[in-house]
Design a protein around this ligand. Structure first.
Ligand code: A3D
Length: 320
């Protein structure tokens, strides 16, 4: 059986890391696409040359031609611009919307059967636009944010409790922005919900509140440190986790920006929700019950995403 084909649209910081991870995990052959001449070719050759030492079998190709992504099984989109200090994710909207148009059309014409994972910010609006421009079925187009935001939450929690990250589960709902909703009630250490851990005296509400805020600010913390761009190792790892779930039909329960059609009382919009990812793409949106406080935070986040979608429609009249 031929190896799966993985197309990475955008060969910048995240794109290069995605290619390296996909090769090391032998997820398939990799095509790196970018408009910057030489960059995808150079990164592909460099990563291919790490193969003999690492011992992986994967072909890599760099290109500026969409024809090379033909028949891709997975497309991961990072094309566009990233944040610099002082910028919000929303500041990227105008530039990245134009990029989503060309990328969406490129995927539509060359890889219409792919499972598409968008990473470009502002995430929830860009994945919506990408689905519109590509015309692919909504369950085959999703956005990576929740896996990353949850991973940040899990990391901070594991430091607080001084336990393995493997035993910490967490999830984050809502849009990928300042209004995201890290769920304390649905996050656990080895199955013990965080509120119980406060009662057990293992932590305090104040400490958890600070961790929730640090999670919300997780992207900005890294932008502030790097000064020249945004995070890329953890974002790439998170998207690879989703791609692997699809390629291996793992049916992982992962939070991602998914198309909600009735779930969570939403109609026809993308926002971060728990999903099941398997060979069918986003096979299910897990419609969990929110309490009053969570619902209020979720509503605020949904409102922010709707505002960005409206801004997209105002810029590009072809978007319905
Ligand atoms: P960067 O290293 O700048 O790479 C972006 C690449 O896109 C560059 O190589 C560009 O040449 C390329 N590009 C620009 N326009 C096009 C086009 N029309 N077609 C193809 N390629 C193009 O950025 P990065 O890799 O650090 O980040 C990529 C995106 O991910 C940005 O929008 C970030 O804001 C976003 N991001 C999202 C998350 C989430 O959790 C959702 C996290 C971190 C970064």
């Amino acid at each position: 059986m031929a190896r799966p084909k993985i197309a990475l649209i955008g060969a910048g910081q995240i794109g290069g890391t995605l290619a390296h991870l996909a090769a090391m995990k032998e997820l398939g052959d990799i095509v790196l696409f970018d408009i910057a001449e030489g960059v995808p070719e150079g990164k592909s050759l460099d990563i291919a040359e790490s193969g003999p030492s690492e011992g992986f079998d994967a072909r890599l190709k760099g290109t500026q031609d969409y024809a090379d992504i033909a028949g891709a099984d997975v497309c991961i989109v990072t094309a566009g611009v990233a944040r610099k200090p002082g910028m919000s994710r929303d500041d990227l909207l105008g530039i990245n919307l134009k990029v989503m148009k060309s990328v969406g059309e490129g995927i539509r014409d060359n890889a219409p059967d792919a499972f598409v994972i968008c990473i470009t910010n502002p995430l929830d609006a860009m994945v919506w636009a990408l689905q519109q421009f590509s015309g692919l079925p909504a369950h085959k187009v999703c956005g990576m944010a929740g896996v990353l935001d949850s991973a940040r939450f899990r990391h901070f929690l594991s430091l607080e409790f001084d336990v393995s990250m493997k035993d910490v589960t967490a999830f984050v709902l809502g849009g990928h922005g300042d209004t995201m909703v890290p769920s304390v009630r649905y996050s656990t250490v080895a199955g013990i919900p965080l509120p119980d851990l406060i009662e057990m005296g293992w932590t305090t509400k104040e400490k958890l509140d600070a961790i929730v805020q640090r999670t919300r600010d997780g992207g900005a913390e890294i932008v502030g440190l790097l000064k020249t761009g945004s995070a890329y190792y953890a974002p790439a790892t998170s998207a690879i986790e989703m791609a692997e779930a699809y390629l291996k039909d793992q049916k992982r329960v992962l939070p991602c920006a998914a198309y909600c059609d009735g779930e969570f009382g939403l109609n026809g919009m993308y926002v971060g929700v728990p999903t099941v990812i398997g060979a069918g793409g986003v096979e299910k949106v897990v419609n969990i019950k929110l309490n009053k406080e969570e619902q209020e935070m979720f509503d605020t986040s949904v409102k922010a995403v709707k505002g960005l979608v409206e801004a997209c429609k105002a810029i590009d009249g072809s978007l319905a």
